[in-house]
Ligand binder design. Structure first.
Ligand SMILES: *[C@@H]1O[C@H](CO)[C@@H](O)[C@H](O)[C@H]1NC(C)=O
Ligand SMILES: *[C@@H]1O[C@H](CO)[C@@H](O)[C@H](O)[C@H]1NC(C)=O
Ligand SMILES: *[C@@H]1O[C@H](CO)[C@@H](O)[C@H](O)[C@H]1NC(C)=O
Length: 373
């Protein structure tokens, strides 16, 4: 396949984006606490779509692209393909309703898909469409997954999701960060970046509508985090206007505009598809609070990668990224926000997840475990 994407831009560190996501005044224990307090006896089936913020091993399974240690050092104690030292926000959310971590759709060995599937892949964006692994491709993969499951069900298979399972499942989407980052990386002006936002939001609407058309009714949509606080961006961008917390203002402004569009889209979908439940989660505010108030939450160096090269202020170097020859990694006891200069640490992901579970950042304020059956 001579697709331009057979050299996926997702493999380029500038574009391999990111993850966004994550917990609070009891940083290391809150998601766990939420998990154990949940009365969920029948966890929801979950289907997730997105980028590296929620990729639980899809890039590695799909393209064989290696993710080296020290990725995985804190929780799994081996590399699982997650770009973090441990769990991602989606892992904490799954634990909070006592369901297993989602298997990547493309993981053919040892995977079970009885509790759903994860279509998220590192580097994914909404546009361009029809290239691996754009959002619309992930939705097409889901359609295939669903058709195959129902076929197998009809043929007598027991361990596959049935039609009711697909209807009652929770559909999660966390994408958009790479669309913004790609636009900036192409040196588009701020106005040009902003002009592209409505078409990105439209792609997310198309995804929701397509899933709704297949019977899906429950949607959980994450907005995008503060792109301008990512150490990699801070290191890459030469002339930058920094805000009071040391983040790039234009990047964060673009992220906020995208989020306004996404929030509006969620309202629109709620009024057009009356029997759909659409929860919009403000990841941006959670993450920006974590960065601005890092010390209060027990974190340090919120704009510096734990794993990277170069030392302060960002400890990022595109030639020596985490896991590549020459990298340095922070002490296991330290609590950084950024793991590799792009993605968050397990500690930060845990913080974000506990904030998500509080419902204070959700519109409407629906509890995650209300999707338990
Ligand atoms: C963007 O601008 C920078 C600095 O002028 C330059 O080094 C880089 O090659 C440009 N990138 C693209 C994709 O044009
Ligand atoms: C930091 O914490 C203070 C005190 O709780 C709060 O008022 C402020 O909004 C926080 N900053 C951000 C960016 O959320
Ligand atoms: C990265 O490597 C390239 C090619 O060797 C070199 O030209 C560039 O200066 C390096 N950049 C940094 C920041 O070390």
């Amino acid at each position: 396949m001579a697709s331009p994407k057979s050299q996926p831009r997702t493999l380029h560190p500038r574009l391999a984006i990111i993850v966004l996501s994550f917990f609070s005044t009891q940083p290391l224990s809150s998601a766990t606490a939420a998990a154990s307090s949940s009365k969920c006896t029948h966890p929801p089936i979950i289907f997730n779509f997105g980028d590296s913020n929620s990729d639980t091993g899809g890039l590695v399974a799909g393209l064989g692209y290696p993710v080296f240690p020290p990725n995985g050092r804190t929780y799994f104690r081996r590399s699982t393909g997650r770009l973090s030292d441990g769990r991602l926000v989606i892992d904490f959310l799954c634990q909070s309703v006592k369901t297993s971590f989602l298997s990547p759709y493309l993981d053919s060995l040892g995977s079970t898909f009885t509790n759903g599937a994860n279509f998220a892949i590192v580097g994914s964006s909404t546009l361009p469409k029809y290239v691996p692994f754009a959002l619309n491709v992930q939705v097409m993969q889901f359609l295939h997954f669903k058709a195959r499951s129902l076929e197998l069900k009809t043929a007598g298979s027991k361990d596959v999701i049935d039609s009711r399972g697909f209807q009652e499942a929770l559909y999660m989407i966390d994408i958009g960060q790479n669309d913004l980052a790609d636009s900036f990386a192409k040196n588009l002006t701020y106005a040009e970046v902003v002009n592209r936002i409505p078409s990105v939001v439209t792609e997310i609407k198309n995804a929701i509508t397509a899933i709704y058309g297949q019977g899906g009714r429950k949607f959980w949509i994450h907005n995008t985090g503060p792109l301008g606080c990512i150490p990699q961006k801070l290191w890459l961008v030469q002339s930058k206007d920094l805000d009071s917390n040391g983040c790039i203002s234009t990047y964060n402004d673009a992220a906020k505009l995208f989020n306004e569009g996404l929030k509006h889209l969620c309202q629109e979908v709620r009024s057009e598809l009356k029997d759909a439940s659409v929860v919009y989660v403000d990841i941006y505010s959670i993450k920006y609070d974590l960065i601005a108030n890092a010390t209060r939450y027990g974190f340090s160096n919120p704009l510096m990668a734990c794993c990277g090269y170069g030392g302060p202020p960002y400890n990022y170097n595109i030639n020596v990224t985490c896991g590549r020859t020459g990298y340095r990694v922070c002490d296991e006891k330290s609590r950084y926000v950024s793991w590799d200069g792009i993605h968050y640490t397990e500690a930060a992901n845990s913080f974000v997840a506990s904030r998500i579970l509080s419902t204070s950042f959700s519109t409407p304020p629906v509890a995650f475990d209300s999707f338990c059956q």
